[in-house]
Design a protein. Structure first.
Length: 233
């Protein structure tokens, strides 16, 4: 009797340890959110772009999907599945579903939606194309002797034998680049239906997408970026 109880206890401990080991090694069934920064190939406006309109978008960054590298500039294809303009009694709604992505050497099926995240455009100062030392503020000169070099002197035009003796004009406006940090669209919320479809909703204005902004496609709404920890004082 004593021996049988010991054997039963040992077996119970063994199977419990085995079950716990298998559970700890079992892969998580929760899907990892996959985000795709894209630029659409056409403008889309809620209420003006009809449901069923085919849309395409170019991938801005190479992305690994289930072991397959989807290269930059791969083309997502899909359609508008919901489009409603804002009215006095209803919010603006827009939903885009992308069903596939193609590139030169391959393609895969996918099911991702437009999210309320995007990468804003950052504007910086244009290049300083002035020839010679930087000029001081108006009314003052760097050496008290007037502007250097003198605009009327040959030194002011470094290449006098060129087609034009006047300095060539160049871009003087601000330069633009895309931010590396995504942000949420202002006054836009994300809703999901029972089938998992994702729609953008705004009670303040019509939702509009343009061809120069980088938007985010995903199967799940991307989580907000975790802010960096403040340095210890």
């Amino acid at each position: 009797m004593f021996t049988s109880r010991v054997v039963a206890l040992v077996c119970s401990v063994f199977w419990t340890a085995t079950l716990l080991s298998q559970q700890s090694k079992a892969p998580s069934t929760s899907p990892i959110p996959q985000n795709f920064p894209v630029v659409f190939q056409q403008n889309v406006v809620a209420g003006k772009t009809p449901v069923g309109t085919k849309v395409q978008a170019k991938l801005e960054t190479s992305t690994l999907v289930n072991g397959t590298v989807v290269p930059r500039n791969a083309t997502f294809s899909g359609e508008v599945v919901e489009s409603a303009a804002k009215t006095a009694g209803a919010a603006s709604r827009l939903a885009l579903r992308m069903d596939s992505v193609q590139w030169k050497n391959g393609s895969i099926s996918t099911r991702v939606y437009l999210t309320p995240w995007y990468y804003p455009t950052i504007y910086g100062d244009g290049p300083n194309l002035q020839y010679g030392p930087e000029q001081p503020p108006s009314g003052r000169t760097w050496n008290g002797m007037g502007q250097y070099p003198d605009p009327n002197s040959p030194a002011y035009t470094p290449f006098p034998n060129s087609v034009s003796d006047k300095p060539e004009s160049g871009p003087t406006g601000p330069s633009a680049s895309t931010s590396h940090h995504r942000v949420l669209m202002k006054n836009v919320q994300c809703e999901r239906d029972n089938n998992g479809a994702m729609a953008l909703v705004s009670k303040d204005s019509n939702i509009k997408l343009d061809k120069v902004t980088t938007y985010v496609l995903a199967g799940e709404p991307p989580a907000a970026p975790v802010p960096a920890a403040a340095p210890a004082k």
